[in-house]
Ligand binder design. Sequence first.
Ligand code: FES
Length: 172
Amino acid sequence: MAAEENDKIPNWKSDFPIQLKKVTHVNRREFAKFLGLLSGALALGNGGIVIKALAFPSKRLEGEHFVCNEKDVAVGEMFQFSIEGSMVIPYILIHLEEDKWRAFEQKCTHLSCAVRYEPKAGKIHCPCHHGYFDADTGKVLQGPPPRPLPQLEVVVKDGKVYVKEAEENKNV
Ligand code: FES
């Protein structure tokens, strides 16, 4: 009887005697080693971000930059733009009211998700963790963002909309 059962075992099993239990078992030491390596990798990544920020501080904008024509963005609308020659940061221009414009960086100050203006709520929303910013000032209204949205000054001349570095940013 036992000889018959041995005959049923496929040849490959005797050629590759791998025991499933041994292969899939992860002991505490291996798991701790994995966690240690993961923590080290995360610490290195964070360190890299800090070094990059210190080595390449964000540049201030020089002069005025044309964004669009005044008539291209109706009241209550948002217009996304970037500034040629500057670091590639997306910005949003918001036509809040007649003769009232605002421009902010589009990167959320929490984890850099792209924010959007919600005209019905009159707020800027970050969809990642439901952060909200004041569309007039950029201040944080709700959620995890730690800082207001960086703002640019908007200048409208002869039907054209320009942005420039806000006065309060120049001294930072
Ligand atoms: S990335 Fe915007 S709230 Fe978290």
